[in-house]
Design a protein around this ligand. Structure first.
Ligand code: GLU
Ligand code: ZN
Length: 300
């Protein structure tokens, strides 16, 4: 049994990501689970810049005192697992461009996913042969329009129609929705704690886990961090990463305190360790609305 934190090495973790990591750690450790770290680098495939970002992400988690079990896993090292999973699924080729999808799809979900209408689902062999010459095909799973429900510890049951989502893109990259399910399933992750922006992916991922013979994990989608303008926390909000904050005199201990205060687990200025927070952690009393991060005053 394990929980996990699975950042993509696109940019340094900001306070919202760090708070999600702390929560994933608290959920896992407070229930006697292991805690795994996984670098979701399928889009970056171990380019040097991404390796640098991943190293800083791991160093930031360590500086906060969040320990983990086993080796850190990189998705870029696990392609054969995704290939095997893909071979077990009923898939079809899709030749739609991004623009085709945007034009035909419903509005994107909270996680940015655009439900697919099945344009390429029933093409004949001759049609497929001619379309294949136009562009490299993506592979989509044939989900059969199934509706699926899974349970979230904070949101309750999450129900949705599973569309024929992409498993492998036209450029050969395995899709996040496939990799995350295969990884959680094969790594023994039975508790997924992550940002609420991914809530709408739950029916899709739980269904795929079931299709691949894994027991779907329990989920807890936790509130995002936002800036004073209510938009998702970002660079424009000032000092939001550990290195920005260190630059204005806010070290890891103060960051941990700020995260704990935001979760109602510490008093302002109190010095705490993650282990201290374990005894105080109660998922049922977590804040349910986004965390509004105040601009960090400059160090005087
Ligand atoms: N790699 C994803 C991200 O950084 C998280 C995926 C997950 O936790 O399922 O947004
Ligand atoms: Zn298509």
């Amino acid at each position: 049994m394990a929980g996990r934190f699975a950042p993509s090495p696109t940019s340094d973790l900001h306070l919202g990501n760090l708070r999600t990591a702390l929560l994933a750690w608290l959920f896992a450790r407070s229930t006697g689970r292991g805690f795994l770290l996984r670098i979701e680098d399928l889009d970056q495939m171990r380019v040097a810049a991404a390796d640098g970002v991943a190293q800083r992400q791991l160093a930031d988690l360590a500086a906060l005192g969040l320990d983990h079990d086993g080796e850190v896993v990189h998705q870029s090292d696990r392609l054969p697992l995704y290939e095997t999973a893909l071979s077990q699924l009923d898939v079809y080729e899709c030749y739609c461009s991004r623009r085709d999808i945007a034009a035909s799809a419903q509005a994107p979900h909270g996680d940015g996913h655009r439900p697919y209408r099945g344009t390429c689902r029933d093409l004949t062999a001759a049609e497929r042969a001619s379309r294949r010459a136009e562009r490299p095909a993506a592979l989509r799973v044939r989900a059969g329009g199934v509706t699926w429900t899974a349970s979230d510890d904070l949101y309750g049951p999450v129900t949705g129609v599973v569309d024929d989502f992409v498993l492998r893109r036209g450029d050969g990259t395995y899709a996040y929705n496939l990799a995350v399910v295969v990884d959680d399933g094969t790594q023994g992750v039975d508790q997924v704690v992550r940002g609420a922006d991914l809530l709408s992916s739950v029916p899709r991922q739980a269904w795929l886990a079931h299709r691949l013979g894994f027991t779907p994990p329990t989920y807890a989608h936790v509130p995002l961090a936002v800036g004073p303008d209510g938009r998702r926390l970002a660079k424009r909000d000032g000092a939001v990463t550990m290195s920005d904050l260190a630059g204005i005199g806010v070290g890891p201990a103060a960051v941990l305190t700020a995260l704990a205060v935001s979760l109602g687990l510490a008093e302002t200025g109190e010095s705490v360790t993650p282990a201290d927070l374990l005894g105080r952690f109660d998922p049922s009393s977590l804040p349910r609305s986004p965390w509004v991060v105040a601009p960090q005053p400059h160090h005087s």
